[in-house]
Design a protein around this ligand. Sequence first.
Ligand SMILES: NC(=O)c1ccc[n+]([C@@H]2O[C@H](COP(=O)([O-])OP(=O)(O)OC[C@H]3O[C@@H](n4cnc5c(N)ncnc54)[C@H](OP(=O)(O)O)[C@@H]3O)[C@@H](O)[C@H]2O)c1
Length: 262
Amino acid sequence: MQGKIGFVGMGSMAQAILKGWKSTALFAEDQFAAYAPNQEKLRKNAKEIGFEPYSDLPSLMRDCNTLIVACKPDQVERALGGVKEQLAGKTLISIAALWTFERYAELLGDGVRVQFVMPNTPAMAKAGMFLFEDNNSLLPEELDAVKQWFSSIGEVEVIPTKLMGIASCIAGSAPAFVDMMMEGLSDAAVSCGMPRDMSYRLIAQMVVGSGRLLQESGEHPGALKDAVCSPGGSTILGVEALDKAGFRAACQEAVHATMKRT
Ligand SMILES: NC(=O)c1ccc[n+]([C@@H]2O[C@H](COP(=O)([O-])OP(=O)(O)OC[C@H]3O[C@@H](n4cnc5c(N)ncnc54)[C@H](OP(=O)(O)O)[C@@H]3O)[C@@H](O)[C@H]2O)c1
């Protein structure tokens, strides 16, 4: 896809995605632009990351064929409401939570080609999970190109609209749950005498490795757990302790609690 790509909002998620894209060979050096209300912050980020800062949204819309909507969900309507006409014929990729294709159709009508993508924070480490809502109005070649952009910094999965909520919870919110687990493991390791930084190295690689083993083996997670538990060994005692503490139930409750706001 040719032409400038303009970010509407340049906060933490937009920066994570853009930094990732800038490290690939997919884009031209001067292909990115952005608008955000805090101009001082925008110009500072523009220098650091390498994009063209814009002082108003209509100018960004005029110059960019593709817009990435990366402001907060409650800012979308205010940001785009006043530039509806200028959006006609453009391609709009939105990463704002809950802004589904249908919601955009209500706001903008059908003259804009829209794709809702939910990213997650591991995008910062080029290991993102990008959920593409299956309902979209991109041209087939556009969709292929946009999938290629996101695949360059993680995995892309196409999700039915009705599952976008739970998918966003698992891919988008659950990294916080895993962070809490890693923090707890690290505290225990430190209390057993391990230096903090060493514990982080071991835990991070263990989580990466466990995820990759699940991906590559295609095994049931329970079978992978069983493979670590030798009869009469130490790991099964830890598994019992987790079950007594309600670990699996706590994971399920965390997902259901998150879904209340999704
Ligand atoms: N962070 C995550 O883990 C995550 C995960 C999945 C999806 N998302 C989605 O990503 C989006 C951005 O999240 P974030 O965490 O990056 O938020 P953020 O750091 O608060 O960034 C929001 C950006 O939007 C800008 N903005 C505010 N009002 C605007 C307006 N009227 N027009 C244009 N830009 C405007 C802000 O600019 P100023 O700073 O100048 O005010 C800022 O650059 C959200 O919709 C969220 O649902 C985030």
